[in-house]
Design a protein around this ligand. Structure first.
Ligand SMILES: Cc1ncc(COP(=O)(O)O)c(C=O)c1O
Length: 395
């Protein structure tokens, strides 16, 4: 090699030394409950397919039917000729689900956060630099959107409404439009933001509240509506509880029109293909009928959480289907993940920079495909891992 890549190589070597290097593991998934790696089957605790819809007959059938009828691609961006009338049908369903006047379908949650926030914080449009208050643990895609807009965020302590209020009081200025950004359910902690209180603060300070409802849409809230009531603008995805791919923005008619005219991620990207739209459409139709599944998933999460805590594990602030088992160092999280794998459970170790230093964890996710026996087996594996650690410490 002539050295043009040596700096990248050095970076990768450093990650390896720090136990922070990532790699892409090839898996085979033919069902929602399990996955196969290297010929072995594991219980899959690492998928966000909370309602196990990605293998649901209704989604697969409508995806196939729409591909057969409308082709495998949309052909162009939505502003050119890719705006199939199927989008309008889906957007009306999303607006109804989210109780908002309008909705806009976009290509992915990452793209929506990156593109919508950039458009929202456009200084040329606002006439002043925006003031953006963000929960410290917001998802990377939200930071990406802020960075793209050139915004320096004012970060408040995770879920700390009093700190947000203090920062709003300290920084608010009549000349600068204010925004508050938060997730509803935090992806790596499984805890829940107090959206009604944050919305109240937003109203008091004339700050627009933007909520990323990715991990609540479909699985939490009445009829799977999510937990974003009170937000001015909601961003969410169809890639998690809705079992396929793509994202939505739910908002006012004005904001929808603005995004159609100013959001580069929508304007310059090919529209989602018909088969994906078919899966989304079928998942939205199923939403009202899935209360039983939602309750079952919540119960599995609650049972696991309380028993894991009894075993002495730290589950952070989890109150949902996402339950982290916080191990501390990256190495400890990787070792815990390996112990679980040995016992037949696939849960991913999450390390910095995805989570703060010292809080590396194994993220366990429960879905409608899991059984109480799966949860008990996982608890046995955790207990065995704790015993091994204690044995190692005492020798
Ligand atoms: C909170 C949050 N927002 C956005 C995204 C991105 O969504 P998508 O996977 O549809 O790109 C994710 C998922 O990874 C997420 O956890």
């Amino acid at each position: 090699m002539d050295g043009r890549e040596s700096r990248y190589e050095a970076f990768l070597d450093k990650l390896s030394r720090e136990r922070l290097r990532r790699d892409l593991t090839e898996i085979v998934a033919r069902a929602a409950r399990t996955l196969e790696v290297g010929g072995r089957t594991y219980v899959n605790l690492a998928s966000n397919d909370y309602l196990a819809l990605r293998f649901h007959k209704a989604l697969i059938e409508r995806a196939c039917a729409w591909a057969k009828e409308f082709g495998t691609g949309s052909g162009a961006s939505r502003l050119v000729t890719g705006n199939l009338e199927l989008f309008g049908q889906i957007e009306r369903k999303v607006a109804a689900l989210k109780n908002k006047p309008a909705a806009l379908v976009m290509a992915s949650g990452f793209q929506a956060n990156a593109g919508v926030l950039k458009a929202l914080f456009d200084t040329a449009v606002l006439g002043a630099e925006p003031l953006v208050f963000s929960d410290r643990l917001n998802h990377a895609s939200m930071h990406f959107g802020c960075q793209a807009a050139g915004v320096r965020q004012v970060r408040y302590r995770h879920l700390d409404v009093a700190h947000l209020a203090e920062l709003l009081d300290r920084h608010s200025s009549r000349d600068r439009p204010a925004f508050i950004l938060t997730e509803s359910v935090f992806s790596m902690d499984g805890d829940v933001a107090p959206i009604p209180e944050i919305a109240q603060l937003g109203r008091e300070h004339s700050a627009m509240l933007v909520v990323d409802d990715a991990h609540a849409t479909g699985i939490l809230g009445e009829g799977g509506r999510g937990l974003s009531d009170g937000a001015d603008l909601v961003i969410g995805t169809f890639s998690k509880a809705l079992g396929s791919f793509g994202a939505y923005v739910a908002c006012s008619e004005t904001m929808r029109e603005y995004l159609v005219n100013r959001c580069g991620a929508l304007i310059y990207s090919t529209a989602l293909p018909p088969q994906v739209l078919g899966a989304i459409d079928a998942a939205l139709d199923l939403m009202p009928s899935l209360d039983g599944e939602r309750k079952r998933v919540a119960d599995l999460g609650a049972h696991f959480r309380s028993k894991a805590q009894e075993l002495g594990y730290d589950t952070a602030g989890s109150a949902t289907q996402i339950v982290p088992v916080v191990a501390g160092t990256a190495d400890a999280a990787l070792r815990l993940g390996e112990d679980l794998r040995e016992a037949g459970f696939w849960a991913t170790a999450i390390r910095p920079p995805t989570v703060p230093q010292g809080t590396s964890r194994v993220r366990c996710v429960f879905t409608a495909a899991h059984t109480p026996e799966d949860v008990n087996g996982l608890l046995d594996a955790l207990s065995e891992s704790a015993r091994r650690l204690a044995d190692a410490a005492s020798t």
